[in-house]
Design a protein around this ligand. Structure first.
Ligand code: PEP
Ligand code: MG
Length: 316
């Protein structure tokens, strides 16, 4: 029965009353595209470009090599959206030639956009490769920066995109609590937000995502994390802009309903999760998702938040 339900789950993501929530795939490169297409992804919500940089420990891949990989991903979604994240080096994704080796707290050091602003030539080459890859394609390209802390970061990224002549929407990932708290200010510089709930949980709870001993605090059902999602989604709505989720949280079908209820406008996840999320979302109305979200936020623990959302969605 479960298999049949999943097979019946095709088409765009939506609640049972037709509120659309595009379901997008997280990919690391062209080799992840077939699974995304197979799962019926409506596009790519997070293209982690780090993987392209792992072949050579001394320098960045050439513009040509990058453009070739980007074009393969863009071509796979001719009508869809493709959100490319510029290089997120440092902390859990160190790169020898870019990441300082002597930081006492790499997760709090030079990583993500900070690395790119210290190495503007790497960002310039990547943006030029993206412009080259998108040229002549009907695709709807969006480019976002990881680890945006404030409006100054958002402006620096948007300026770099403009200087590269990129025809795309520019966005900011919300991975640092300061970015969620000041989302409206960041949205003065960029056109969309994407919540990276893995890092947002890490920085909200001061709990290293690589340390198993603190994994309780990495639970995406933590009500404090849900509060920051709500703050970000409300800010985007007030600015008439979109706010997606591309962290692991989006791949939990029940949590996907809660995120929808919090006002998140798209969900991006590993391709394998898409059919499950689509099927669960299709069983509930937007109003039910909103009630589940309110119930989860009213809880004090991750376990209680999950149970409260489950109770609302199963009609208890
Ligand atoms: C995140 O932090 O939630 C995210 C999507 O980025 P990554 O997991 O690649 O750091
Ligand atoms: Mg991240």
């Amino acid at each position: 029965a479960r298999k049949a339900a999943l097979a019946a789950s095709t088409g765009p993501g939506a609640t049972s009353d037709g509120h659309k929530v595009p379901l997008l795939a997280n990919v690391g490169g062209p080799s992840d595209v077939p699974a995304a297409v197979e799962a019926g992804a409506e596009g790519v919500g997070l293209f982690r470009t780090e993987f392209l940089f792992l072949d050579d420990s001394k320098k960045a891949p050439s513009q040509e090599k990058q453009a070739e990989a980007y074009r393969k991903v863009l071509e796979a979604f001719p009508e869809g959206r493709v959100v490319v994240r510029v290089l997120d080096a440092g902390a859990d994704k160190p790169l020898d030639f870019l990441t300082p080796g002597d930081e006492p707290n790499p997760a709090l050091g030079v990583r993500g956009l900070r690395t790119l602003l210290d190495h503007p030539e790497v960002l310039r080459t990547q943006l030029a490769a993206l412009a080259e890859a998108a040229a002549g394609l009907p695709v709807y390209l969006e480019v976002m920066a990881p680890m945006v802390a404030d409006r100054t970061d958002a402006k620096a990224f948007a300026d770099a995109c403009r200087e590269a002549g990129l025809q795309a929407k520019f966005g900011a990932m919300v991975e640092i609590p300061s970015a969620a708290l000041r989302a409206r200010s960041i949205l003065q510089e960029v056109e969309f937000l994407s919540l990276g709930t893995n890092d947002l949980a890490q920085y909200t709870f001061a709990a290293d995502r690589q340390v198993g001993a603190v994994s309780r605090l990495q639970d995406p059902w933590q009500p404090a994390l849900l509060d920051l999602v709500a703050v970000s989604a409300e800010a985007a709505k007030a600015e008439g802009k979109s706010c997606g989720v591309c962290g692991e949280a989006a791949s939990d079908p029940l949590l996907a309903c809660v995120l929808t209820g919090l006002g998140v406008t798209s969900l991006s996840m590993g391709a394998a999760s898409i059919p499950y999320v689509r099927a669960t979302l299709a069983k509930h109305t937007l109003a039910q998702c909103e009630r589940a979200a309110a119930a989860a936020r009213a809880a004090d623990t991750a376990e209680d938040a999950r149970a409260a959302a489950q109770a609302v969605l199963s009609g208890e």
